[in-house]
Design a protein around this ligand. Structure first.
Ligand SMILES: [Zn+2]
Ligand SMILES: [Zn+2]
Length: 134
């Protein structure tokens, strides 16, 4: 699941639990539906409870894994600019975090592994060492 939709999934699940409890169990307590006598209502309740659990777990992992810091391309905060620049992506070569959209804007080339002024691998023009070995 995309990280962007995790808060929506959590809030949606909470709202559904609350509505089910209100309508099915006649209680304002959102987890009342989980102990309802009717198996179908109870199953629906547990379905949304599971969604809530996974959503919270995903958010916790996300918060724990992504370090506090800034994107090395746009120099803006990694976490707070996710709605604007996309979810963080990790360079597999140097382990630097970037926003997804910033990374795409650089043609998916990490500016740390591929500094812009070098423009890719250089072709050696000096062959003297090569010939002197012969
Ligand atoms: Zn960025
Ligand atoms: Zn890199």
């Amino acid at each position: 699941m995309n990280i962007k939709y995790l808060p929506h999934a959590i809030i949606g699940a909470l709202v559904m639990l609350e509505l089910l409890s209100l309508a099915g169990a006649g209680s304002a307590v959102p987890w009342a539906i989980l102990f309802h006598g009717q198996i179908i209502l109870r199953a629906m309740g547990w379905y949304f409870a599971a969604q809530l659990g996974f959503g919270l777990l995903g958010l916790l992992i996300f918060r724990g894994v992504i370090p506090d810091g800034e994107c090395s391309i746009c120099t803006k905060d990694l976490k707070s600019f996710i709605p604007v620049y996309g979810p963080p992506v990790l360079c597999p070569r140097c382990g630097t975090w970037f926003h997804e959209n910033c990374f795409k804007g650089k043609m998916k080339k990490c500016p740390i592994c591929f500094p812009p002024d070098e423009g890719g691998p250089k072709i050696p023009l000096d062959f003297r060492d090569y010939f002197s070995q012969r």
